[in-house]
Design a protein around this ligand. Structure first.
Ligand code: PEP
Ligand code: MN
Length: 263
């Protein structure tokens, strides 16, 4: 079902008045985690003014350490809903397990399945029964075939609204958090009709890599970007080191727009 042979024309995923995969660049931006209403609204207003179409933010966070901030839970979802109400931007947020799926589904416009859950098959089956678009991140060490098969679970369940996200894969290098697999974009676009977004933030893991990787993402044909932005990254409860300052996101938007225009 995910194959281009089955469906030659591109899938366009529509949320509100945003269409992903329709030949325009979709920009998703926001903090790694929702920390407070003031934090979320401050960042949302800034990324919207810069040109973002969709607000991202985590309420349920998959953290490496059990002692690290785990997210605000439902309180965070309520804050995201408030951001949507105030700014008009659709919201994308991660679901971590079957138990909280109904809750996240009730608030989110787009439901994110994170890299660590790409092969959580019961979660994929539940996502297949949802009527909300699913944002499926590539597993840390997944091949493109494995990733597309994970998407297949969702389509097979009856949900055709799937957006793929390349966010870097684990390699031997230590100059970046992960290695952005830019070659995944032309391969996925050839093999599948599903839209593909690049997340340069979790790929690079360092602020100074985010803008260059974003330029590469657009040049290689991604349908959009998901970028972490924080107004006070030094105080961020997660992923501050890779979060752009709002002014940098303004610059990123200008640069990728210029590249997109010449393609
Ligand atoms: C995120 O986008 O907040 C996230 C945790 O990303 P990933 O699943 O790619 O690590
Ligand atoms: Mn993050």
């Amino acid at each position: 079902l995910v194959s281009r042979e089955t469906q030659p024309e591109d899938t366009i995923v529509t949320v509100g008045d945003v269409a992903i995969g329709n030949g325009r660049l979709t920009l998703m931006a926001g903090p790694c985690a929702i920390e407070s209403e003031l934090q979320a609204l401050t960042i949302a207003e800034k990324v919207k003014a810069a040109g973002a179409h969709i607000f991202r933010g985590g309420a349920f966070k998959p953290r490496t350490s059990p002692y690290a901030f785990q997210g605000m839970g439902e309180e965070g979802l309520k804050i995201m809903a408030r951001v949507r109400e105030v700014t008009g931007m659709p919201i994308v947020t991660e679901v971590m397990d079957d138990q909280t799926f109904d809750l996240v589904e009730a608030y989110a416009d787009i439901i994110q399945i994170g890299t660590r859950n790409m092969q959580n098959f019961s979660l994929l089956k539940r996502a297949g029964r949802s009527r909300k678009p699913i944002f499926l991140k590539r597993g840390l060490a997944a091949t493109i075939d494995e990733w597309l098969m994970a998407a297949e679970y969702i389509l097979e369940g009856g949900n055709t609204q799937v957006i793929l996200c390349e966010r870097g894969v684990r390699t031997f290098v230590n100059h970046s958090r992960n290695t952005l697999d830019v070659s995944a974009v032309p391969v996925v676009r050839k093999e599948s009709h599903l839209p593909i977004i690049i997340d340069p933030s979790h790929a690079g893991g360092r602020r100074d890599q985010v803008i260059p990787l974003s330029r590469a993402a657009v040049a290689v044909g991604a349908h959009g970007l998901m970028v972490e932005v924080h107004h006070e990254p030094d105080k961020a409860m997660s992923d501050g080191a890779q979060s752009l300052y709002p002014e940098q996101f303004v610059s990123l938007c200008r640069q990728v727009d210029a590249i997109f225009r010449i393609l």
